[in-house]
Design a protein around this ligand. Structure first.
Ligand SMILES: [Zn+2]
Length: 69
């Protein structure tokens, strides 16, 4: 089974993420690649912070940027 990132559509091959050269054959399982996982976490925290005016969420977003950005 092929594992594909649901956001950027890259596929995981032996632990590395690549843009597929051809349409994917057979069953496909979806997840996030590490870059899109981080991006989604940051979007989530940023969105939460702007909606609720929550200083804790803003701080968490900054920590994520610092750790992975
Ligand atoms: Zn991705």
């Amino acid at each position: 089974m092929v594992t594909q990132c649901c956001k950027c559509k890259k596929v995981r091959v032996r632990g590395a993420w690549h843009i597929p050269a051809a349409p994917l054959p057979g069953a496909v399982s979806h997840t996030y690649c590490p870059a899109c996982f981080l991006e989604t976490q940051v979007e989530f925290f940023s969105h939460s912070a702007s909606r609720a005016g929550c200083a804790g969420a803003q701080r968490a977003a900054r920590v994520l940027f610092a750790a992975y950005g």
